[in-house]
Design a protein around this ligand. Structure first.
Ligand code: C5P
Length: 281
């Protein structure tokens, strides 16, 4: 069993649009203890079955990032081994918390173990990046500073371990490509990661940072503003912001009781929103 840990961008600075169409980023990655769940057993071919709260919105065929990840491993490692994969889809689809990327990364970790593959770090990183910009970070699932497309990683293990987090999504899927496309092209400045020591200072760097995609995301999905307002008004919030390209927003709390209280309050005011309490790992 592998957990596809939910990915949170505590800050996301978009610095430039590159000639290859991707954007140059500076981001602070954090990961929740909870996420989708993936398991596998040896089989003759590759197949995937999905259950869980968001299973109906996902295809389990060749376009699924889990099958694409498994095929990429077969090709790169020249193996014909197969697997029956099982996914419990707990995280909303197209929601800025890395569901698909985390699932792909968990597939890589799981199949390397199941198929007893001896893979180099470089080969693993190549497969991961080919599947998506966030997949290398999700393979590690450790707090990290990400540059480039998000794949140039400086891990800062345990920088946020134990911090209570509330994730809230207004159940509106948003396209990452569309949100990046709507970015205004204005560089609003670098992340300041110069607080020392880095493990303790990274939270302050995140608090001082921004998510440059929240403006364009709110234009396309105005409900994100309601989520942000609702999170910011809770007691005990250290930082609240949108993650990735949205629409999921998060709040970090200075204690678990305030986080649980906020969960209950937001759930009763907005019974149609998706809400998850977790801790950062
Ligand atoms: O890499 P991934 O397939 O997850 O990215 C989805 C889309 O998000 C890309 O096609 C691109 O439009 C946009 N993107 C970007 N710059 C990045 C990461 C993603 O423009 N650094």
């Amino acid at each position: 069993m592998e957990t596809a840990y939910a990915k949170i961008n505590l800050a996301l600075h978009v610095r430039d649009k590159r000639a290859d169409g991707y954007h140059e980023l500076e981001t602070i990655f954090a990961f929740a203890e909870h996420g989708d769940l993936l398991s596998a057993e040896i089989a003759d071919t590759l197949s995937l079955s999905i259950d869980g709260p968001f299973c109906a919105e996902l295809d389990c065929g060749d376009t699924n990032l889990i099958i694409r990840a498994a095929k990429a491993v077969q090709v790169a490692m020249k193996t014909t081994q197969g697997a029956q994969l099982y996914l419990t889809k707990n995280l909303p689809i197209a929601s800025g918390i890395g569901g698909g990327s985390a699932d792909a990364a968990a597939t890589l970790r799981l199949l390397i173990r199941l198929w007893k593959l001896d893979i180099s770090q470089e080969a693993l990183e190549n497969i991961a990046l080919q599947l998506g910009s966030d997949v290398p970070a999700c393979v590690k699932s450790e707090s990290a500073i990400g540059m480039g497309r998000g794949e140039e990683l400086e891990t800062v293990p345990f920088a946020f371990t134990g911090i209570s987090i509330l994730l809230v999504n207004p159940r509106i899927p948003v396209s990452t490509a569309a949100i990046f496309h709507a970015w205004d092209g204005v560089d609003k400045g670098a992340l300041d990661c110069n607080h020392h020591p880095i493990e303790q200072g990274l939270l302050q760097s995140a608090i001082d940072g921004r998510n440059d995609l929240s403006g364009p995301a709110i234009l396309l999905a105005p409900q994100i503003n309601d989520v942000l307002t609702s999170l910011a008004s809770q007691s005990g919030v250290i930082l609240s912001r949108m993650s990735g390209s949205g629409a999921t927003c998060f709040a970090l709390f200075d204690n678990a009781a305030d986080c649980e209280h906020a969960h209950a309050a937001i759930q009763s005011a907005h019974p149609d929103w998706w809400i998850m309490t977790s801790k950062l790992r």
